[in-house]
Design a protein around this ligand. Structure first.
Ligand code: NIG
Ligand code: FE
Length: 428
């Protein structure tokens, strides 16, 4: 059979295959390795995966790629990001080194609100250019799909400007984007001391406008979901305010996510689970009871060790206990200018293995198949299985464990999105 592309002779091909849904518990330690593996692609879809000898007998390819000595694995899915923003917060980085905490900086009017000011002030082209440069770096590090939140506009006009930036970035960049509305990320200065009044605006005006934007966007036409998210935290939104936002999103028929248990366990986790959120994110201070609820739910547990690392904290989400309890875990960069200026999922895996005692296999499943499920796209993305979109990496390593074992360098040699080679990082 004639196909467009065959990658063959991989020292190790890891499928991360999980036909029944996200991987949970013990299944997370299996990445489905195939020695001397190959994959065949036609029209951007995977048509065969297996040992090279058998596959090369059955298929003839327009393009043949020899992956000898390398790992072939699914493209990484970064399922929680704030990649669309203007400016930076390098001054806050220094303030934290000198002893200020993330929440103290936020309470003093810095933090998210300072990036809001920079994002509001930026021209749309500038916002797109700065965000595109970040996506370029993420692609080189192996990321092929990125969730992108609003939340630095915090007004109707500026939230719509962020959404308007996400559409052309998706269309003009090899990375595929999944949009999320996070109008309830922080209380903007014009509503200082009146979070309920701001939630009124979010629920009555911003969310309906965002939903209308989505319905007329190419994302809706292509079946890419549009999530509604909220930052449930002291100094941001409490549980009843978060409930109003998430229930309004659900009433519009949109799937949900929530930032919960990052610094304080307010009850946002139980709320998000009750409302059927697709994912619950951060989970740094989640209690044992919360972990049990999570494991019993369908929600993906998204943990973000790059934030703990960046904030110089020795405390990390108890991802080990979550996996052991049977939860479906995903890892993400959370790339943003404050808590995680980090484009690298390999670095996130490296941190998670060291400080959260995940095995490299668990970390790899957490940035591929489970991260795809955190975006509601696990049927199309996140693993090398027949019928799925051909998003794949060639990695300069003899074994997938090197992705987490080595750190500080980029082992990704080639990135293939939708069957097309979109990035060649190294000659090999
Ligand atoms: O996921 N926690 C809230 N939001 C982001 C941080 C955004 C920022 O600091 O600008 C997060 O960590
Ligand atoms: Fe976040």
């Amino acid at each position: 059979m004639q196909v467009d592309l065959i990658i063959h002779s991989a020292q190790q091909l890891v499928t991360c295959a999980s036909p029944a849904g996200p991987k949970r518990g013990a299944a997370m330690a299996d990445v489905g390795p195939i020695a001397n593996g190959a994959v065949a692609v036609r029209d951007g879809r995977i048509v065969a995966v297996g040992p090279s000898a058998a596959l090369c007998q059955h298929y003839v390819a327009g393009t043949l790629v020899d992956a000898a000595g390398m790992v072939v694995c699914p493209g990484f899915v970064d399922c929680h990001t704030h990649v669309v923003y203007a400016g930076d917060r390098v001054t806050e980085f220094e303030q934290r080194i000198q002893g200020a905490s993330y929440l103290e900086i936020m309470d003093a009017g810095g933090g998210i609100v300072s990036t809001m000011a920079a994002t509001r002030a930026s021209a749309p082209e500038q916002l797109i250019a700065e965000s595109r440069a970040r996506l370029d770096r993420m692609l080189r590090l192996g990321t092929t799909t990125v969730e992108a939140k609003t939340g630095y506009g915090l007004s109707l006009e500026s939230e719509l400007k962020q959404l308007a930036a996400i559409a052309p970035l998706d269309q003009n960049h090899p990375i595929e984007l999944v949009p999320t509305f996070l109008g309830a990320h922080a209380v903007p200065p014009e509503f200082s001391g009146q979070p309920d009044a701001y939630v009124d605006l979010v629920v009555r005006e911003m969310l309906p406008a965002a939903a209308a934007w989505y319905r007329s966007s190419h994302f809706a036409q292509r079946g890419v979901p549009f999530f509604v998210d909220v930052f449930c935290e002291r100094g941001a939104f409490d549980v009843s305010q978060s409930r109003r936002v998430l229930e309004a999103g659900r009433a519009l028929g949109l799937p949900l996510k929530a930032h919960v248990d990052e610094f304080s366990a307010l009850g946002g986790l139980a709320l998000a689970l009750e409302l059927g959120a697709t994912s619950v994110d951060h989970l740094d201070v989640t209690t044992a009871e919360g972990i049990a609820q999570l494991a019993a739910s369908n929600a993906i547990a998204v943990v973000i060790p790059a934030v703990n690392f960046n904030l110089g904290s020795g405390h990390f989400a108890d991802a080990r206990a979550m996996v052991d309890a049977g939860a479906a875990l995903a890892l993400t960069t959370d790339i943003n200018p404050g808590s995680a200026p980090c484009p690298s999922l390999p670095l996130v895996m490296a941190i998670a293995c060291r400080y959260q005692r995940l095995l490299p296999a668990e970390a790899l499943n957490a940035v591929t198949i489970n991260a795809a499920h955190a975006l509601g796209l696990g049927q199309r993305l996140g693993s090398l299985e027949v019928g799925k979109q051909a998003d794949m990496l060639l990695v300069q390593a003899p074994d997938y464990r090197h992705l987490a074992y080595q750190f500080g360098d980029n082992l990704v040699a080639q990135v293939i999105k939708n069957g097309q080679m979109v990035e060649q990082i190294a000659d090999w």
